[in-house]
Structure formats: C-alpha cells, structure tokens
Write a protein that binds this ligand. Sequence first.
Ligand code: CP
Ligand code: NVA
Length: 330
Amino acid sequence: MATNIRGRNYLKLLDYSSKEIRYLLDLAKNFKDMKRAGIPHKYLEGKNIVLLFEKTSTRTRCSFEVAGMDLGMGVTYLDPGSSQMGKKESIADTARVLGRMYDGIEYRGFSQELVEQLAKYAGVPVWNGLTDQFHPTQMLADLLTIEENFGRLKGLNFTYFGDARNNMGNSLMIACAKMGLNFTACAPKELFPEESLVETAREIAAENGCEVRLTESVEEGAASADVIYTDIWVSMGEPDEVWETRINLLKKYQVNADVMKMAKDTAIFMHCLPSFHDTNTTIGAQIAEKFGINEMEVSDEVFESKQSVVFDEAENRMHTIKAVVYATLC
Ligand code: CP
Ligand code: NVA
C-alpha cells in the first residue's frame, strides 16, 4: 500500500514506522534534486504556516522558512517574546486560534508535553522543531546525510558521544533503531538515556536487525564506528550552573583526532550544530576563560577535517523539513 501521511503531526520518530521514515527520506531526496536543478515546486500555494519558537534557532527556523517559501506558502515567524503563548494565553487556546488561521504549526520549546498538547488542540498538523526530549526533524537530515555518504543505512555502526539523555541522544537512538543502524551511546553512566526509552529502542531495534548499546568506554564506543556523532554538552533551557559538572563529566568524551583514529578509516563526523569547537562564540570564550578549555565536545581539528559532514547535514535540514511539511499538508 502507498504511504500516505497527509494530516498527520510530526512530534517524535516513535510515532512513525520505518516505512514512513523511508518515504520521507526518499521525498527529501527528490526535493533536493529539484532544488539543485532549479525546478520550481510551489505545490502548496495558497497555504500558510506559522513557526513558534520559545527557544532560539538558526537552522530549524531557516529550514522551515525556506521550505515553506519554496513550496509557495505564506510563513509567519513568532519569536519567544512576541506571542501571548504561555504568558497570557494557554497552549490549548493558542493552538485553537492558530489552527483557524494556518494550515500547519511548527513548535520549538521545552517539554514534549507542550508540543503534544498543541497538536491535540490545533486541528492542523503540528511539527516538533525541538523539545527537551526529542528533535525529530533533525533525525531525517542526519539519516539522509548518512545515506548519502554510505549508500545505505542498515548495518552501519553509529556512536553518539556526550549527553546521551538529551533530545539528540534520545532521538538518534530511536532513529537508528527504526532504520537498522547499530546505536551506541558512549557517555558517563549519569548521562545514559532513560532506561524505559532504552528498552523501547531495543525492542524496535530487534525488529530491524540491529542493536542498542551503552558504554562508558571511549575505546569501545569508537571501535568499528562508521558514524561518530556529538552534541553540545549543555542544552538550551539548562541553567548555566551545570557547565562545570558537565565539563568534568564529559571532557574525556570529547571527539578529537584520537577518537576518530579508533573508528573505521571511512568514518564520518556529525553534529547537529551549533558547536563549541573553538572560542569564536560568546559562550565558547566565557568557558575558555572560566575553565581553561578552548574546545568542548569536538576538537577544531575534527570539526574542520575531511571526515566532517556537518554542513551537508545542516543543508539537509531544509530538504527534509520540506518533505515533512509537504507530505503532511499535500
Ligand atoms: N540543529 C538545530 O536544530 O539547529 P538550530 O538550533 O540552529 O535550529
Ligand atoms: N541538545 C541541543 C540541540 C540543539 C540543536 C539543545 O537542545 O540545545
């Protein structure tokens, strides 16, 4: 039967089957080819979408804006300070108002419950642009980038270094399990993903012929890896006070040239971005001054190396978000 996800929300990968994820990846590839060839694809002219951001963003916001405009739609952006949501108006009321005006709603914010609630009341598709627990639009870009590099997904060894219980660790574990990649979280025990989510991921992985592993050993995590992935050590919404403990917990998990040498020769380096790989950011400079480290989750050498595909990954955010928006609204 043909895959059809018209009218669906896109809140977390757990809600999507492997076949539906495959469909979205193939659709994204088509959109990427069309964009590269300069073929117009204003298939959704006359529709309008709204982007609600309670946390900052570069890639996700711009991807939704460009995707929306390429598809011929009107796009409204609401930043953390410029809507009534949360302060003077509940999520349920906001959802019902926006659902009367727009054909789809993107939401980036704090708890997963908020985006689920928005979807419950909106009456139009809601897309999760990142919550504390999941970052599902990032997953499609990551899977597409991996497939572009290796020509396949199934059977590859994927290792995530760092805070494995944040939105990226959680989402990547589920994405790998759904698409048949062996997933390893390489982190200190304190930062392993929640047990119940690991159990769920292992059940999904068993259906797709792959495994989910957790290790504290950098050597074990890096050995035989095809993909080495990391994310910032302190996520949006976490208090500044956690930096010191987090640095102490994660410094031995920095992805540097030694780690890349332990992986396969053909391994690629990935990061959702933004990244602290030098001191050319306000926070990077402050951390350097306070804790004496110039690079955090990834060394500048690896970030800038040939193995790094981080900017392909960033570009793919747009093509994959376009696929999600189109498939749920068409
Ligand atoms: N990777 C990602 O979501 O980037 P932004 O925070 O810039 O949207
Ligand atoms: N874990 C990061 C991801 C940013 C795209 C954060 O939530 O800040």
